[in-house]
Design a protein around this ligand. Structure first.
Ligand code: ADP
Ligand code: MG
Length: 536
């Protein structure tokens, strides 16, 4: 793989970000915002960041990456002798504002990690954290103060990030090895049956690896999104590979925001058009869209995946030399090539299929493209998924859980819907609009997998206060609707679990608060609800 830190190109990237994404979707900010309640009696739940268990004794060792990651140290747990990672706040400049910001980002990172890896909070047992079930999140242990400096502590879980593999010679072979991907005979047979041009085993291994990388990346995101967390900085350098467990692990939640809070104040989110982003990987909407917040990560995951899987000029051993005339002889490994490619796709109205037609005619496909998206059934399915993940309109992108059920990642359609709650929406309005249109935005035409079930579990309803009165009660750890008999005449069914009222997430709110909120609702206005309903 070719590694060229294209400093100049990056400079250009920073300057022309606005040029890359000049168009703001007009559908974005309409009446939906009117539903956001500006005043509410609800208070944000007080949540504590995890403190490091006293059984872990940290000694700091060297800084990582020769200072590249100024605030990140290798460390060791003196009790167990295990390697740890310790991160402290690092300001880009010396002024006090930069320092305050750095400290705030560290606090957010601690909060988000406590939310995603909460295990030892309950068990008080440090061992439990080593099997933190969220296998795609780096295992977080808690925060500690050493010499007056606050550090967040993780178990060290791998040495290389996807960025490192992009830069290694034959990095994809190493990645396949570290993720435990080897040629699977069934997949090879399936591939050969559908690939008239014939293909060699090296290409097949590359294709298997591509599916595995995307699956794990989406599993990690599905988990974060189900907890209301939007990562906001998905890129190869923030995805660690743990060879011991063959897993990808998401790291660096310093830019993340928590969209699920039932308080109107969302941790880490400072309103539209504000917030951190990496231009090379960010979605066309540029900032997290309040109506489809998680779609931002889906777009970045698509670009991350593409760069990782198209970063070698040696995918096919019988055709090792990439054409020197090609615009992208080394795939998309080099950042300036990735940037050029994103401009090219933008110039085709963000329509990947139109760009591909043009690029095929003009010999402008990045090296490796045909191997990944060729004429095989798998190739067609992977391109279809990629196109969806890169939809210009965030509302058209599939959620991570939906993408995991698509034919490319779910051959034979055997996979069950992941056992995750649906991603928490911030605003109910987009769901109501979708519901009214009675339209399945993400259904797969001509494909065997039917993923509608996942959708029908979340339903929107608008009800009068009279219809809702006395029908809410605490059940199954949340609030459920009861007392309506067999019929769902009012739009509510018995057993519906309450997710949101207006734009406010009430899934885990106390019943008294919810009743208080309903009392404040104007009597002459219908109450918009978001509910989880068992699909029949
Ligand atoms: N849990 C972990 N295990 C192993 N290495 C890690 C872990 N967390 C971070 N690192 C290493 O530290 C580097 C920087 O971490 P990151 O959280 O991305 O910090 P930064 O905010 O400086 O980008 C990563 O590229 C990775 O090499
Ligand atoms: Mg990072």
């Amino acid at each position: 793989m070719k590694s060229k830190a294209a400093f100049l190109a990056l400079l250009v990237v920073q300057c022309v970000g606005a040029f890359l994404f000049p168009l703001r979707p007009s559908w974005q900010r309409t009446e939906a915002n009117q539903l956001h309640m500006s005043k509410t009696a609800l208070q944000s739940p007080v949540s504590k960041n995890l403190a490091l268990p006293s059984s872990v004794q940290v000694t700091l060792l060297d800084r990582l990456g020769n200072g590249t990651f100024g605030g990140v140290h290798l460390a060791v747990d003196e009790v167990r002798g295990e390697k740890l990672i310790a991160k402290c706040a690092r300001a880009a400049t010396d002024d006090s504002r930069a320092k305050t910001n750095a400290a705030a980002y560290l606090d957010i990172e601690g909060f988000i990690n406590s939310k995603l890896c909460p295990l030892h909070n309950n068990t008080n047992n440090a061992d439990a954290t080593s099997s933190c079930g969220m296998q795609h999140i780096a295992p977080y242990l808690g925060e500690v103060v050493l010499d007056d400096t606050k550090y967040l502590i993780w178990e060290a879980s791998g040495e290389y990030t996807l960025e490192d593999y992009v830069e290694m010679e034959d990095g994809w072979l190493q990645l396949a090895n570290d993720l435990g991907v080897s040629l699977n005979e069934e997949a090879v047979a399936d591939y050969n049956n559908n690939d008239e041009s014939g293909s060699n085993q090296r290409e097949q291994l590359h294709n298997q690896l591509a599916a595995e990388v995307l699956r794990q990346l989406l599993e990690g995101l599905a988990y974060c999104h189900s907890r209301g967390v939007c990562h906001r900085d998905i890129k190869p350098a923030n995805i660690l590979v743990d060879p011991a467990t063959h897993t990808l692990r998401l790291i660096d939640f310093g830019s993340a925001c928590d969209m699920s809070s039932w308080s109107p104040k969302k941790l880490g989110y400072r309103g539209e058009d504000k917030g951190p982003r990496s231009i090379l990987y960010c979605a066309p909407e540029e900032f997290v869209d309040p109506e489809s917040p998680y779609a931002f990560d889906i777009y970045s995951a698509a670009i991350t995946w593409l760069r990782t899987m198209l970063s070698d000029d040696n995918i096919d051993s019988e055709n090792t030399l990439a054409s020197d005339e090609s615009e992208y002889p080394h795939g998309l490994a080099e950042e300036d090539h990735l940037f050029q490619w994103r401009i090219a796709v933008r110039d085709f109205g963000h329509n990947l299929v139109s760009w591909e037609e043009w690029a095929t005619l003009h010999n402008s496909l990045p090296y490796g493209w045909n191997s990944l998206f060729g004429k095989s059934r798998q190739g067609i399915q992977s391109l279809r998924l990629l196109s969806n993940m890169m939809s210009y309109n965030p509302d058209h992108r599939m959620s991570a859980s939906e993408a995991l059920l698509c034919p490319y990642l779910n051959p034979g359609c055997n996979a069950e819907a992941p056992e995750l709650p649906p991603a928490m929406p911030w605003s109910i309005m987009s769901h109501i609009q979708r519901w009214k249109k009675d339209k399945q935005v993400h259904s797969w035409q001509d494909e065997e997998c039917n993923i509608d079930d996942l959708f029908t579990k979340v339903v929107a309803a608008e009800v009068s206060a009279a219809d809702l009165t006395s029908r809410l009660e605490k059940a199954n750890g949340g609030i459920e609707v009861t007392g309506g008999g067999d019929k769902c005449d009012t739009g509510l069914c018995d057993g519906d679990a309450l997710l949101a009222i207006g734009s406010i997430d009430v899934e885990t709110a106390p019943l008294e608060h919810v009743n208080e909120l309903l009392e404040q609702w104007p009597r002459d206005k219908l109450i918009p609800l978001l509910l989880v309903r068992d699909s029949v």
